[in-house]
Unconditional design. Structure first.
Length: 418
């Protein structure tokens, strides 16, 4: 409009000058400033080329901050630093295109006291530290979600939001409960919308707050019907989800095989065709990985039955069980074509172990193969052998263990709710 207005004013001025001049006067050549100049038409921006890519979604086992973990994280000034435990995990957690943690504890506000088992209270710094080591969001619908009541639900979501992370499984309001957590990746010139849902079948005997029935995503005998998960996934699809990832807290503690309840829920979800991937937790020991028939377009649905522990004080020394000192990171590889649906092509796994004898450092378990002991580790050759003996047979039918570092593929990630 500005260019058009300027041209109109110039034309009016020239007409006025002509009417006031002598008709016999010599015509005056227009000065260069009065010469009309055509504005060149800008070249259209080239359309970005869309190319097929393969992105990764990482799921991790339970983050369960017992008091010995909190004590190890506590600094001289009273603050907490949990990033120190993840020094060796960056090539996987940080390099995954999306990394989702299993947060088993409510996070408190600054200045609140921490607490361990049986009624957990995590330090405020935990949220930002999880973000700093590479996690983009967390599942919250665990059996400890209500350890600190609605106060803990609220403070946890506050802390995660301040850290720029997503969350699923609890809510402060009905409006939040009606929203879906999305992670939007731009990869190869295409946006991929990934919805994350989170549920638990266990509550530790704590009732769902009657004044806030929306606050905790409990399903099964203690909560809403399992069909609720399918309905929520359909809502996510209608909102634009290309993939739906479900974090499920289910099963029985310290059991290395999925129980009937896990099979029943997984088969129901696979049959629905709405769920792409399940990250299972709760047993505190790893269970295997399987691709079930069904899933979106009948192309299958991947399930990690249990990813075990990630950061916890459970160990052979505390429970007399080598399995609890191990866990999994599971990595879904998602094919993103130029056109058409994104598809989970595979679900890889890597064993991890926590070194409770030397500062709770997390290590890839395969680092200890062949008798190698990383510098500074408190894990002996015997300890390492026992941990591998506890984990590897459980994963024998789940494909080869991942031993390569991940390489980020996506160009950008947006964390959003809608």
């Amino acid at each position: 409009m500005k260019r058009l207005l300027t041209t109109a004013v110039a034309a009016f001025t020239m007409l006025t000058l002509a009417s006031c001049s002598d008709s016999t006067s010599t015509p005056v050549e227009p000065s260069p400033s009065e010469t009309a100049v055509e504005t060149p038409t800008p070249e259209p921006e080239p359309t970005p080329e869309i190319v097929p890519t393969q992105i990764t979604i990482l799921g991790g086992g339970d983050v369960l901050t017992h008091e010995p973990i909190n004590n190890a994280a506590r600094q001289a000034d009273g603050s907490y630093d949990f990033t120190q435990f993840y020094t060796h995990m960056g090539p996987w957690i940080e390099n995954a295109d999306i990394a989702l943690c299993t947060l088993e504890v409510p996070i408190m506000r600054p200045g609140d006291a921490t607490a361990g088992y049986p009624m957990f209270a995590g330090a405020y710094e935990l949220a930002q530290d999880l973000a700093d080591v590479g996690y983009d969001g967390c599942s919250l619908a665990g059996n400890h979600a209500m350890d600190r009541g609605m106060y803990g639900v609220t403070s946890t979501i506050e802390a995660l939001t301040e850290a720029g992370m997503g969350w699923a499984g609890t809510a402060r309001t009905q409006e939040e409960a009606d929203e879906t957590q999305f992670y939007v990746l731009e990869s190869g010139g295409r946006e991929v919308y990934i919805a994350h849902l989170s549920y638990t079948t266990l509550t530790n005997g704590i009732p769902i707050p009657p004044e806030a029935p929306y606050s905790w995503d409990v399903v099964g005998d203690l909560g809403a019907p399992i069909d609720t998960i399918i309905t929520d996934a359909q809502v996510a699809r209608e909102a634009g989800a290309d993939l739906v990832v479900v974090s499920m807290q289910w099963g029985t503690e310290y059991v290395s095989e999925p129980i009937a309840e896990q099979y029943a829920i997984a088969e129901q979800l696979a049959e629905s065709g709405e769920i792409d991937l399940i990250f299972g937790t709760h047993p505190h020991v790893p269970q295997g990985i399987v691709e079930l028939e069904g899933g979106p377009r009948g192309e299958g649905m991947w399930v990690a039955w249990s990813m075990g522990n990630q950061l916890s004080n459970q160990s052979y020394g505390t429970l007399g069980d080598w399995r609890v000192g191990t866990g999994l990171v599971t990595i879904a590889r998602v094919d993103v074509p130029v056109e058409g649906p994104a598809t989970v092509a595979s679900l890889d796994w890597m064993g991890v172990t926590v070194d409770e004898k030397a500062g709770y450092q997390l290590y890839p378990l395969w680092w200890f193969e062949g008798g190698y002991i990383p510098e500074g580790s408190g894990i002996s050759t015997y300890d390492a052998e026992q941990r591998m003996t506890a984990l590897y047979p459980v994963m024998a039918e789940s494909g080869e263990q991942l031993t390569e570092e991940l390489v980020p593929v996506a160009d950008s990630l947006t964390v959003m709710r809608k």
